[in-house]
Ligand binder design. Sequence first.
Ligand code: NDP
Length: 403
Amino acid sequence: MSKNTLIIGAGGVGNVVAFKCAMNKETFGNITLASRTKSKGKEIAKNIKKRVGVKIKTEEVDADKTKNVIKLIKETKADIVINVALPYQDLTIMDACIATRVHYLDTANYEHPDTAKFEYKEQWAKNSAFKEAGIMGLLGSGFDPGATNIFCAYAQKHYFDEIHTIDILDCNAGDHGYPFATNFNPEINLREVSAKGRYWQKDENGKGKWIETEPMEIMQVWDYPEIGPKDSYLLYHEEMESLVRHIKGLKRIRFFMTFGQSYLTHMKCLENVGMLGIKEVKHKGMKIVPIEFLKTLLPDPASLGPHTKGKTNIGIVAEGFKNGKKRKIYIYQVKDHEECYAEVMSQGVSYTTGVPAMIGAKLMLDGTWSGKGVFNMEQLDPDPFMELLITQGLPWKVMEMEA
Ligand code: NDP
């Protein structure tokens, strides 16, 4: 029986998800792309028709209100909602899925607009409601979180008896030609990068603790395959919160992301003058939120596609024991920005997020992944996901390293 797929959010990631779902129409059936601004969805639908030959529907929705999403789910008779709007809409869309008993997937965990802090607490709290509704909620099915969680689960399943340390390594060596721009939603990106860093470690008594660092305090140079050595800074990243729960024997987990000096200098300057502020300020009698105004000035991430050159490399390094022997492996994925644009008219960061979102939804719709409740990626069998990464545009490699 033909399925109905509802995608919410027609930004950079939404574009890739819509393209990839259309390319896998046998699974996704009738596709609707809904967003706050209908014209954005229409533009994507036009490009998909032209390039893939598949017609998708578009709708306008303000997903900040659960009742609007419920109405849209009923109208489209959706079997799954793929939420690629912003993290602020996670809870309202989840509530709509509970009310209509429809599966849910997202790529980023809930963030309150007024606090630059993200955590799974509110989404995990919906586990019993998802169970009672008999539906599955898949959290964080992008690249990081997403594919990185799956890489950890794959390492745990096939390479280790026990994993002791994990470093997640995210490098974007793309150049978009602008003095300053962000590769995904600027507000979400700058809030994440300017926040304090955090990593998790067990102390001598075996008790796990989060250790806080100043923003950009810890840096290491990592030699990324197919890219080369890059300054990589320790950040807090959401997948660590679920991985510390699910990876056996873990003693430490950290997350590193590359930044060039020019990006960091721009960001520091914007921060120093108050442009990253998330609280309202008065300007000529009007109330504005500085970071929202900054978003208006910066290039739209969805528009960076045609200009971005270079590669991304995201992966995990895991160290631990197998059959009593030390082992260290690196699982990584390299993607070329221009290749992404040629395929789906998008740069690599949106591509590497959108493809895993489509894959997660595909596995849920065809029943390969099933369950009632709310799940993080590493709780599911990594093998079918890893296979689809290869065939859907994100082939990966495993490198044995000296332990
Ligand atoms: P964009 O800002 O490009 O797109 C977001 C889209 O959501 C816009 O089209 C916007 O519409 C729409 N939207 C915002 N608010 C609402 C609302 N209330 N109702 C309906 N639609 C709304 O962001 P990206 O595409 O770059 O990112 C999408 C998501 O992917 C984000 O949650 C981001 O955090 C996540 N992400 C995850 C990654 C991962 O690896 N896991 C990596 C990168 C991103 P409008 O334009 O009309 O405002």
